[in-house]
Design a protein around this ligand. Structure first.
Ligand code: GTP
Ligand code: MG
Length: 273
């Protein structure tokens, strides 16, 4: 996220028309949307994130990783109605799992608290879900996407893992280890994440969605550098956990799945509906 995009005026300019357009398109019957944000010591970054969340989002859940700074206080100050949830185990995966369990929306969007994922892209994710997808993943490598936050060795690792997943599970993913996704809440019934505690959660969700034959769409996403602080991700150990996760998933069958339920297409009935 560029500095010039996060001052008060630009935020208004970016959100106003989007809010109006999407609210108008969706009408009163739109599905509810929860945004889940894992945050550990992100007090300085939350001001670059929370004010950019579109106003039509129904609930925002911050999962606090026992932050030692004022993450929770800053979140409450920026967004008085934010729901704060504590995680039960360590790690980003555990945090997201607790956030998903607490979420009440029919649609769940997950994004980061460090300012690298832009809440201004939420309409693209929700739009793809309303257009028929079960699961929408952000991609930094689709036309229109990009990243300012990836060293060459992480780029190479991510690229290799995408190839491995394509070879083993099929699909046409252009990105894999990225934390900006959205899905219909009931898609979670087909994804097993009870034992996924760390950063491998992102890969696990993506691969399981593919393995369970969910309708997956990718949307272009621009990843910025985290605004303040340092990454919690450790390339070698976390990369190893990602690889082990892919291997484990390739050796176990997907959970029994129910047929896709009816998807409301807010405000835009198809002919005959
Ligand atoms: N609640 C919680 N949040 C976490 C935990 N670990 C990471 N996060 C959050 O997850 C998001 C992504 O973590 P980052 O440390 O930025 O990792 P990354 O985005 O993969 O790495 P960079 O690209 O280098 O920023 C941030 O919002 C973190 O605050 C955790 O154990 N608990
Ligand atoms: Mg980050």
């Amino acid at each position: 996220m560029q500095q010039n995009k996060i001052d008060g005026q630009s935020i208004q300019a970016a959100q106003g028309p989007l809010d109006d357009n999407l609210a108008g398109l969706l009408g009163a019957s739109r599905p509810s949307v929860s945004v889940v944000i894992p945050a550990m010591n992100e007090e300085k970054n939350l001001p670059h994130v929370l004010p950019r969340i579109p106003k039509w989002v129904d609930e925002v859940i911050l999962v606090d990783g026992h932050s030692k700074d004022a993450t929770v206080a800053v979140a409450r100050e920026l967004m008085p109605d934010i729901r704060v949830v504590q995680q039960d185990r360590r790690g980003k995966g555990a945090a997201l799992r607790c956030g998903f369990k607490a979420a009440k929306g029919e649609i769940i969007v997950m994004l980061d608290a460090d300012g690298s994922t832009d809440p201004g892209e939420i309409p693209a994710f929700v739009g793809a879900l309303l257009s028929g997808a079960d699961f929408v993943k952000g991609s930094r490598f689709l036309q229109g996407g990009g990243t300012d936050d990836m060293e060459w060795y992480r780029f190479l690792g991510n690229w290799g893992l995408v190839k491995l997943v394509t070879l083993r599970f099929g699909g046409k993913f252009t990105d894999l280890c990225y934390g900006y996704n959205a899905f219909w809440r009931d898609a979670l019934d087909r994804l097993e994440i009870d034992d996924v505690d760390g950063f491998e959660i992102e890969t696990s969700l993506n691969v399981q969605a593919l393995r369970a034959h969910l309708k997956i769409a990718e949307v272009a996403s621009m990843e910025a550098r985290r605004v303040h602080g340092t990454s919690n991700l450790r390339t070698i150990p976390d990369g190893w956990r990602v690889l082990s996760t892919i291997m484990k998933l390739s050796m176990s069958p997907p959970p029994e799945s129910a047929p896709s339920p009816y998807r409301p297409r807010g405000g835009m009935p198809l002919p005959g509906e």
